[in-house]
Design a protein around this ligand. Structure first.
Ligand SMILES: [Zn+2]
Ligand SMILES: [Zn+2]
Length: 254
């Protein structure tokens, strides 16, 4: 995606935030500045130090189609709510310290955190093969309203770090947020997102028959990710992998 395309999606009041992100990224890349580990506060370090990654990002057995932790060959969640994804991969559970790191990614526009969290995603099992085999990587979109409020899409920042040459930001589009989803039931979330996603008409040929990786920061009930996958499938995607940094575990699994 080119910068002018991205600029069209943003309002002028947030240009400063976007510019700060880009300048921060460029300067840190140029200077390779050390920083404090966001978790243990070790200095000097990368934004996530090696020992914290080893301690908190150990792979666990997960269902291959909904990414909940599962030690059973069959997944009760997928029995009750069949996944429209062909595969689903989560790097970590949505618990400490990742919940704090994701809050920092969302609300502080810190590019070094995006890079560090993408590193955690990339090294989770099955992620590199999924990215290698993908024809197209699409981030979960924010609504235009949410994008104006926040100034950037954290899922897009992760996707760009993971697969800069395959990521396309304007393939999957989203209508306005009809309700804030925190605390909503799975049924309420399904109602809120039904029909909320579509493929840009000019991008349908780029989706048809292709392997797509759909990237997001957090998967809670899966309602949004599943609805986005249905839109990709309706446009003819041949294979869809959901790739998220963190998975909220079912209460019985937590
Ligand atoms: Zn650390
Ligand atoms: Zn499952």
């Amino acid at each position: 995606m080119t910068l002018p395309q991205r600029g069209r999606a943003l309002h002028k009041p947030h240009f400063g935030l976007r510019l700060r992100w880009q300048i921060g990224l460029q300067w840190r890349q140029l200077l390779m500045l050390p920083s404090v580990c966001q978790v243990c506060h070790a200095w000097p370090s990368q934004p996530l130090c090696v020992s914290c990654i080893e301690r908190f990002a150990q792979p666990t057995l997960r269902c291959p189609t909904c990414a909940l932790t599962s030690h059973q060959p069959s997944c009760r969640n997928c029995d009750q709510h069949p996944s429209p994804l062909d595969a689903c991969v989560a790097a970590v559970s949505y618990t400490f310290p990742w919940s704090d790191c994701i809050a920092r990614l969302k609300f502080q526009a810190d590019p070094s955190v995006a890079r560090a969290l993408a590193h955690v995603m990339r090294h989770a099992p099955w992620v590199e093969p999924a990215l290698d085999e993908a024809n197209l990587v699409v981030p979960m979109p924010l609504s235009a309203t949410r994008l104006r409020e926040r100034g950037f899409n954290q899922a897009l920042e992760l996707a760009r770090q993971l697969a800069p040459h395959k990521t396309h930001a304007h393939t999957l589009l989203r209508s306005g947020d009809r309700a804030h989803q925190v605390g909503a039931s799975r049924e309420d979330r399904l109602d809120h997102v039904r029909g909320a996603f579509w493929i840009a008409p000019e991008r349908v040929p780029a989706v048809y028959g292709q392997r797509v990786v759909l990237v997001d920061d957090v998967m809670t009930t899966g309602a949004s990710l599943y609805e986005a996958a249905r839109a990709l499938r309706a446009a003819g995607a041949a294979h869809i992998t959901g790739l998220v940094l963190a998975r909220t575990e079912a209460k019985s699994n937590a």
